[in-house]
Design a protein around this ligand. Structure first.
Ligand SMILES: Cc1ncc(COP(=O)(O)O)c(C=O)c1O
Length: 373
């Protein structure tokens, strides 16, 4: 029977402390892009990931700021994971630069380090050294970050980690986003914690002040408004920082729940799909539970039936960037792994607030429909 309550893929989850912290902001009147909650929120993130952060209004803005900070110029090439959300790539174009898309590997679904090194070498040989590498930790699963870090060090190329989906994930106990020179997080509505919209730049202490300047229209030291470089209006609102402060207070619980949800799917749907295992030392937040069908399945029909007959939201895996109309002209290196993941994978409801009966309903509905397809 169709449930009236909709089960979303990854809806916001409130722990009950949000209202109080929002009220506090309304009382203290810091309804601004400055205020005490920003510092408190940043300090909380810092204590979790072990590195400096600047809270900004989205993950996309965070990447835009990072690309500005490293001086990306029109025509520069940036190597980036092909299997990702478009926001990992768009800021490259904002800067007039060119994304070079690198296929996934099967171990983590993230950027293939061997292809990456090969492409770097070929680019260097032709006299066009890439300006940076952006590695995405998709669905919370760490990329082969140590290997990728060594490659970037070897060829002296800036490494940027897109940890938008990976707050709470670690690689040998070190937080994702802290391996490269720069990293960033997202706090949009579907992420593990949310500020409704928001993100953070992860950077070194010495660059923090400049990131703040860039994010707030690059005002020079002066009584009047003086500007000598191009800045942006990318800072997070203090009101939203209060929301973030409430949300981050139970991050461990959120990650624990996401991992339990993943395990439950693995136990009950393991006959239909493979679920990505964590290699030794890899710890995934399991931001979204995703599976890969072993035999071809009409995934779009399955998703539509779950939606229309059961009021359940599921999604395909991210569509690779080289298959997107927007990036079809971009250079792509690979052998079809990202395409295969897209064609055969599915993302299942993974919200922190998903109850056990809700998850049982999802599992039963899934089995019932798949048997009919
Ligand atoms: C992999 C990835 N990168 C970047 C972003 C961009 O983050 P935001 O939506 O906060 O701009 C997101 C989330 O939307 C994402 O999933």
């Amino acid at each position: 029977m169709k449930q009236t309550k909709r089960i979303y893929l990854s809806p916001p989850y409130q722990n009950g402390t949000e209202q109080e912290l929002l009220n506090r902001v309304l009382q203290n009147n810091w309804l601004s892009t400055v205020g005490p909650e920003l510092k408190l929120f940043e300090d909380s993130i810092k204590s979790i990931i072990g590195q400096e952060v600047l809270a900004v209004n989205s993950g996309t803005s965070a990447l835009h700021l990072i690309l500005s900070q490293i001086g990306v110029n029109p025509g520069d090439e940036i190597l980036v994971s092909d299997l990702t959300f478009v926001a990992s790539i768009n800021p490259i174009r904002y800067m007039g630069a060119e994304p070079v898309l690198i296929d996934s590997e099967r171990l983590t679904w993230n950027i293939n380090p061997d292809i990456l090194e090969d492409v770097i070498l070929r680019r260097i040989e032709t006299g066009k050294k890439p300006k940076a590498v952006i590695v995405v930790h998709l669905y919370g699963m760490p990329a082969q970050i140590e290997k990728i870090h060594s490659i970037c060090e070897k060829y002296q190329i800036t490494l940027i980690e897109d940890a938008a989906e990976a707050l709470g994930s670690t690689y040998y106990k070190k937080a994702l986003g802290t391996f490269g020179e720069y990293g960033f997080l997202s706090f949009n509505g579907n992420k593990t914690i949310t500020t409704s919209g928001g993100g953070a730049v992860i950077c070194s202490k010495k660059e923090l002040d400049h990131f703040l300047k860039l994010a707030t229209q690059s005002k020079d030291e002066a009584l009047h408004y003086e500007h000598s470089e191009l800045g942006y209006n990318h800072r997070l609102s203090n009101v939203l920082a209060a929301l973030g402060l409430a949300q981050i207070s139970d991050l461990d619980h959120r990650v624990k729940r996401k991992r339990e949800i993943f395990e439950n799917y693995q136990n009950h749907l393991g006959d239909y799909m493979d679920f990505l295992e964590e290699p030794d030392g890899y710890f995934s937040s399991r931001w979204l539970s995703c599976g890969l069908f072993r035999v071809p399945v009409q995934i779009n029909a399955l998703i539509r039936k779950l939606d229309q007959e059961c009021n359940i939201e599921c999604r395909p895996i991210w569509k690779p960037m080289h298959l997107q109309p927007l990036y079809k002209e971009a250079t792509f290196f690979g052998s079809g792994v990202s395409k295969d993941l897209f064609n055969n994978g599915i993302c299942l409801p993974s919200g922190v607030g998903l109850t056990l009966p809700d998850q049982e309903y999802v599992i039963d509905s899934f089995k019932r429909i798949i048997e009919r397809l």
